[in-house]
Design a protein around this ligand. Structure first.
Ligand SMILES: Nc1ncnc2c1ncn2[C@@H]1O[C@H](COP(=O)(O)OP(=O)(O)O)[C@@H](O)[C@H]1O
Ligand SMILES: [Mg+2]
Length: 397
């Protein structure tokens, strides 16, 4: 148990021992509400999304009169406010109609069974289809739908369930009194549905959310910062710089907000009571590192080994990299892969921006030679240290 005497040991006036009693007081208090910058926070207003809010509301208004709204597909780049806009309108709808409309929101990843189970649990937390087959689960799901009400199901990031689980979309979209709101970053997501039956029964109204420009991002940040920070905490250039950096990420508002929060945290860590441009620059670096860390974590073991081989043999030909990679593979898994397979995995690494190919002529009639390099915009030390951590972990497993 916590013992007050323990605290007193530190406050006994002993030179060189810090006083715990005031340790929190010394830390600058810059946040009024740090949560207001988080991903989960649904803000009161959404600057520059008035049109989208109204359009969505115009479709969903039918539910107030107990008619089924049309199915909707919300498209747009990451961080254009799709999820928050949909949540906002649905929040307002349920405020107006109370429990006369059933609403389920979920990210549509997993098998059709898992997704169906999650929808059911969203509608009624006591329901679980565990242990059932999909058919049986579907039949039970149909029975639990209350046909006196409209049911609205939001399938966020719907591309994750396509095309493999598109059956579920077919079944859901054929149900009466069910409205499906789907959301995706992939502009061509409908092309992922190959079955014409699914397309014709789903048949959504499309809404495309445009990217934010720097000025709009500035307004959004300003708005969220008002809630998050005390007055006067942010230097004048902080928000414009966050907005400018986010423009390099196609106007991603989530990234802009993350930058602002990391910058605020950095200021506190350095015991500064003002957030400055310096803090934003450090925040950008940290976010970059997090991003790289996550990207490497998401690679397969073979891709990690392949990337490691590229770094060991930079400037060499694909063939010599495949050979080294197979040596590693042999040690880690006891198996090797064909050059053809490795070449396709290497292609993925190029696509993700980890490696680049350079083409060198060998002189007339002697064909060309390819050399492989780590993408030089990346921080090599960071990549090596993350790869080493990851590979040690794989070994342990
Ligand atoms: N117009 C806006 N006003 C205030 N915050 C916004 C606005 N647009 C996006 N955001 C915030 O930016 C982040 C990303 O938005 P989100 O809806 O998750 O984007 P998407 O679903 O398009 O990827 C969220 O924290 C969201 O609250
Ligand atoms: Mg989203």
């Amino acid at each position: 148990m916590y013992n007050q005497n323990q605290a007193e040991i530190f406050t006994s006036g002993n030179e060189g021992v810090c006083s715990l009693a005031s340790i929190f007081d010394e830390i600058p208090d810059i946040y009024k509400n740090r949560e207001a910058l988080s991903h989960r926070f649904v803000p009161e207003g959404l600057p520059h999304r008035e049109g989208e809010l109204k359009e969505l509301a115009s479709y969903l208004k039918h539910a107030i009169k107990n008619f089924t709204p049309p199915n909707i597909l919300v498209l747009g780049h990451t961080g254009t406010g799709k999820t928050v806009t949909v949540k906002k309108v649905l929040g307002e709808l349920s405020r107006v109609v109370g429990d006369k409309v059933d609403i389920a929101y979920l990210v549509a990843s997993g098998t059709k069974f898992q997704i169906l189970n999650e929808i059911a649990m969203e509608l009624n937390p006591n329901v679980s289809f565990k242990g059932l087959g999909f058919k049986e689960a579907w039949n039970r799901f149909r029975r639990m739908l209350d046909k006196d009400k409209i049911t609205i199901i939001v399938l966020d990031e719907i591309d994750k369930m396509l095309p493999s689980e598109s059956d579920l979309l077919y079944f859901l979209s054929r149900e009466e009194r069910v409205c499906i709101i789907s959301i995706s970053n992939k502009i061509n997501v409908l092309d992922m549905i190959t079955d014409r039956r699914v397309l014709s029964s789903f048949n959504p109204i499309k809404m495309v959310f445009p990217k934010y420009n720097a000025e709009q991002l500035g307004d959004i940040l300003e708005y969220r910062a008002k809630e998050a920070f005390y007055d006067g905490v942010l230097d004048n250039e902080v928000i414009p710089l966050c907005a400018a950096f986010a423009m390099d990420r196609e106007g991603d508002a989530r990234y802009a907000l993350d930058l602002l929060m990391y910058a605020g945290d950095e200021a506190i860590r350095r015991m500064n009571s003002k957030v400055t441009v310096e803090h934003v620059k450090i925040a950008r670096k940290k976010l970059e590192e997090d991003f790289i860390r996550n990207s490497i974590r998401n690679l397969s073991l073979t891709q990690k080994l392949l990337l490691f081989a590229v770094m060991k043999k930079e400037g060499e030909s694909p063939r010599s990299i495949y050979t080294l990679c197979n040596e590693y593979l042999e040690r880690y898994t006891g198996n090797t892969l064909t050059h053809r397979r490795l070449s396709s995995l290497l292609g993925d690494l190029e696509l993700y921006g980890f490696v680049t190919y350079e083409r060198r002529g060998r002189g007339r009639g002697k064909g060309t030679r390819w050399s492989l390099y780590l993408n030089d915009t990346l921080d090599r030390n960071l990549i090596i240290s993350v790869l080493k951590e990851e590979l040690a972990e794989e070994r342990r497993v």
